[in-house]
Design a protein around this ligand. Structure first.
Ligand code: NAD
Length: 731
């Protein structure tokens, strides 16, 4: 069996069928690309073949390139990986250009064989770039199918001609959301956007494509004809000029200039627009190589694509029978419980949603109703779907309804006593065998497990707020948590389509442990007289989604005060954050609680829209005459988080650095361009990181002290992914 096969019918239409062996979705590998190229050669050379259809043997067309290929080419190319990547990319261009030219005479554009792409479903990345090289794209009318070029989301851009072809087909303006934001469309919308040509009933897909192939259609692409003009204008056309200037400003505004792929994409589009098509492909290949050679891109691909997927597929799942959940009990129908009920019901899991009072339980359920209503308004859901999802949730105060549950997720108030009582009440109905998970964000799992009849079946499943939007779920093993509980939590997270990390039970687990020092460092700088706008902008310019002050407003100042008090009580004299608390508690005393009170480090208008930084802050904590440089502020904010991640690894809270990186990006948006804290340390190198920590320690205090592990790695010149990555583990 091979990934591409071809059969020619009696009418002379050759159908090339893409069916990647052993995968549920087609992906392009090096071998399959060579195979496709050979089949195209055969079909073009065969006089019996009048035209070609490229389609899929699956119900989708293709998911894209196997990104592991790019990493392996880089590795195999010895001393000159850039040349290896460029040659590989150009080979792809030659193959697709062969499809596009289809044997036409290079001078007259006469002759050639029509080639149609017939997409039964989703077509992403190179799965759309192949069709874009064809002469006509047909898609089955399947509203669930997604069509687009999402490469930018993992730190690269479409490098198999998709960038050049889409810009020439649609113009730079119309192509920009598809290329720069990786926007995906269903077939009808893709047709309206001009990306594909025809949407046809699924059962007529091949027949329509064949009809077109045999209709002796004109196949020369507009850009291969004399006098071609780019829609919307090339860069030096007045309209084109506006587009290109605007795009550059927009991209920098959105990415803060930290994503190399966005800049490279713009360069490929702009420079490519000034030259003939084949030259533009070469420029695209050069920029593509440039991006692939940037450590940021390989780190992003590794974390956001390869490792994220590995974790979702259960890379760290212990051996245990399938633990798929059919009925979950969610205790506490507040902000978190309501969200947990929603995502569970959406995944087809029956939910019993319990609160102390019926109206609280009903209110929790109404969150799902409101969510579905929004979906209906956006035409993403229907009334029937809403009823079906609501029908999965039984909102009640009656614990007896928990009978038959195979997982409990407790999300009541953050109080050991209340949680213990709930645990006992639940287990009186479910018995001790049902896995019991707590959503606590601060209380030790091992401590809470003491209330359980069987601590082996007790575990932490820590969601992030808002539950329906946040992709990460942190699974926390208490000292006695057993492997079945871990497997259950992982299988559940997989069902609700989120990404899990599994960590051990230490204060604040992993995500909060790293994000709290980031917030604290920002607030500490306010106290020192650093200009608040400098703090916030430094964070954003290094790729953090929110500055530390804005993040505090979002999570609320009273929560910060609560955590500070609890931490101080636990740490006693060793508590290091008095300076932070001075500012935080003062804000609390001013009743500026953050977004929820419409007042915090930022000012808000009556409608809750965030305005500028609140000027009362600098009135209380005046801005010092001497301001630090941008890099110092950025390093303080980054190292505050990254050193916690290293300590978590040192202490065994993290068992897998992939989880540390993926968790950081998905959990709190840690500078995604870097690939996560460990990838960032590998990019800057352990020796430099240790040296920088020494400087920061001397200037700002012991919280920046180089962890022993980092010092040792600096001395030995080691990298995290070489020492702790999967390859190292396998060796
Ligand atoms: P919340 O106050 O919005 O909801 C708690 C709910 O539990 C309330 O509806 C309350 O009536 C109910 N409840 C209290 N005692 C109960 C009992 N004995 N039986 C049944 N129901 C009871 O709180 P929340 O923000 O949803 O947080 C819930 C849990 O999730 C806490 O442990 C919190 O630390 C954790 N958590 C919160 C966040 C967050 O961002 N809010 C994030 C992660 C984890």
């Amino acid at each position: 069996m091979t990934d591409f096969t071809m059969k020619t019918d009696t009418d002379g239409v050759a159908t090339i069928i893409w069916d990647t062996v052993g995968k549920s979705m087609n992906v392009m590998s090096r071998d399959s690309m060579a195979l496709l190229s050979d089949l195209i050669d055969d079909a073009l050379a065969d006089d019996a073949v009048k035209g070609i259809i490229i389609t899929s043997g699956k119900d989708t067309f293709a998911g894209g390139m196997d990104l592991n290929v790019l990493a392996s080419i880089r590795q195999e190319s010895g001393d000159n990986p850039a040349q290896g990547l460029f040659d590989f990319t150009m080979a792809g261009h030659h193959m697709l250009r062969k499809v596009e030219r289809a044997g036409m005479d290079p001078k007259t554009n006469k002759g050639g064989k029509p080639i149609a792409a017939a997409l039964p479903g989703t077509a992403l990345g190179i799965g759309l770039e192949v069709p874009l090289a064809c002469h006509r794209i047909f898609a089955a009318d399947n509203p669930k199918a997604k069509i687009g070029l999402p490469e930018i989301m993992v730190g690269i851009f479409p490098g198999a001609g998709g960038t050049t072809r889409l810009v020439r087909k649609l113009g730079a303006m119309a192509a920009s959301p598809l290329l720069l934001e990786g926007k995906l469309n269903n077939p009808q919308k893709a047709k309206a956007a001009g990306v594909i040509d025809e949407v046809v009933p699924a059962d007529e897909l091949l027949a329509k494509a064949k009809e077109w192939v045999l209709s002796e259609p004109k196949i020369v692409k507009p850009w291969d004809e004399k006098g071609y003009k780019m829609p919307g204008g090339a860069p030096y056309h007045p309209a084109g000029f506006m587009t290109f200037v605007g795009a550059s400003a927009m991209v920098n505004g959105k990415t803060q200039g930290v994503y190399p792929a966005a800049k490279a994409l713009l360069s490929a589009v702009y420079e490519g627009a000034l030259v003939p098509f084949d030259q533009a492909l070469k420029i695209e290949a050069r920029w593509f190589t440039n991006v692939l050679m940037n450590p940021s891109s390989s780190a992003m691909i590794r974390s956001i694509f390869i490792n994220k997927e590995a974790l979702e597929k259960g890379a760290n799942r212990p051996e245990a029978p399938d633990q798929k959940v059919s009925k979950v009990g969610v205790i506490g129908a507040g902000m978190m419980g309501a969200g947990i009920a929603l995502v569970s019901a959406l995944a087809g899991i029956q939910v019993v949603l319990i609160d102390a009072k019926q109206d609280a339980a009903d209110k929790g359920k109404s969150y799902t109703a409101a969510y579905m209503d929004k979906g209906i308004a956006r035409k993403k859901a229907t009334e029937e779907k809403k009823e079906a999802v609501l029908g999965m949730i039984n909102a009640t105060t009656d614990y007896a309804a928990l009978e038959g549950c195979d997982l409990i997720v407790e999300a009541v108030f953050e109080d050991v006593g209340i949680k213990a009582e709930v645990t006992k009440n639940v287990q009186a109905v479910t018995g001790p065998d049902c896995i019991f998970a707590t959503n606590t964000s601060t209380l030790p799992i091992t401590e809470l497990a003491k209330a359980s009849a069987d601590p082996e079946k007790f575990i932490g499943i820590h969601f992030f707020s808002p539950v329906d939007k946040m992709l990460l779920v942190e699974i926390i093993k208490g000292k006695e948590t057993g492997s079945v509980a871990v497997a259950k939590a992982l299988d559940y997270v997989r069902q609700i389509k989120k990404t899990p990390i599994v960590v051990n039970d230490e204060r604040f687990f992993y995500a909060n442990r790293c994000i709290i020092p980031y917030i604290n460092e920002g607030i500490r700088m306010v106290k020192e007289g650093v200009e608040p706008a400098l703090i916030e902008n430094a964070a954003k310019l290094v790729g953090m989604p929110l500055g530390p002050l804005q993040l505090t407003d979002e999570t609320s100042i009273d929560l910060g005060v609560k955590i500070a008090k609890a931490t101080k009580a636990a740490m006693g004299d060793e508590y290091p954050n008095e300076a932070v608390d001075e500012v935080l508690f003062w804000m609390f005393d001013q009743e500026r609680l953050g977004r929820k009170s419409n007042s915090g480090f930022y000012a808000y208008d009556d409608k809750g829209k965030r305005q500028g930084l609140w000027d009362g802050l600098t009135a209380q904590y005046p801005v010092a005459d001497d301001q630090p440089d941008l890099t110092t502020v950025q390093h303080r904010l980054l190292f505050a988080q990254v050193l916690e991640a290293v300590r978590a690894l040192e202490e065994g809270v993290l068992e897998d650095i992939r989880e540390g990186d993926v968790g950081a990006i998905l959990g709190w948006g840690f500078a995604p361009w870097s690939g996560g804290p460990f990838s960032w340390l590998d990019i800057i190198g352990a020796p430099y990181a240790a040296e920088r920590c020494d400087q920061l320690t001397a200037e700002f205090g012991d919280r920046f002290k180089t962890p022993d592990l980092l010092r040792e790695m600096a001395d030995k010149g080691q990298e995290f992914y070489k020492r702790f990555g999967q390859a190292a583990k396998a060796a």
